[in-house]
Design a protein around this ligand. Structure first.
Ligand code: NI
Length: 192
């Protein structure tokens, strides 16, 4: 099956703000889902990115793909294989064990920001064959899965940032403050 590069939704696109729907397991083998999976992988690699969730390509379904390069693996330096997760769950191993690090997002271009995440999680999901698996992940592997999982719940990482100083422009322009404003109600950041 040949994949194609899909358009990535950015910033205030409404699809990025809604909770995505679960996939019926019997539909995983359908042409529609199999084509979407291939297209998501091609799109992620072309971007280039290390993770992509279906809402980012305008499909509100609970699917994510990721591949952590060895160079980004701060725990054991091996990274992860290309992974497809359908209907994933994420459970922290220890609620109080959290770490801060910089993230970027293909749907929030031009900036990177510091986000507090669980250091170690257990995640589950189904692969492209409908096979269920459960994995313990730590460090950047865990961070990447949490970031993509948030996309399935309509959450973009700047909403999780605590301090204004935690977000930086990647192109030396102050694009963040032009794009985001801090909500007085929940003290989180929201796109203008
Ligand atoms: Ni993202």
């Amino acid at each position: 099956m040949e994949g194609k590069v899909l358009k990535i939704c950015v910033d205030n696109d409404p699809i990025l703000k809604i909770v995505a729907s679960e996939i019926n397991l019997e539909d995983i083998s359908s042409n529609e889902i199999q084509q979407l999976l291939v297209d998501m992988i091609v799109t992620m690699k072309a971007a280039p990115g290390i993770g992509l969730a279906a809402p980012q390509v305008n499909v509100s379904k609970r699917i994510m793909v990721f591949q952590l390069p060895a160079s980004r693996d701060n725990i054991n330096g091996v990274g992860t294989p290309l992974t497809i997760l359908i209907n994933p769950t994420v459970t922290p191993i220890n609620d109080s064990d959290r770490v801060s690090d910089f993230e970027g997002c293909l749907s929030v271009p031009g900036v990177k920001g510091k986000v507090l995440r669980y250091n170690k999680i257990e995640y589950t999901g189904y692969d492209e064959y409908g096979k269920f698996s459960s994995t313990i992940a730590e460090g950047w592997h865990a961070r990447l899965v949490q970031h993509e999982f948030d996309h399935l719940n309509g959450i973009l990482y700047p909403e999780l940032m605590i301090e204004e100083d935690d977000l930086f422009s990647t192109n030396n322009e102050n694009t963040f403050l032009e794009k985001w404003t801090k909500s007085a109600i929940n003290k989180n950041w929201e796109l203008k």
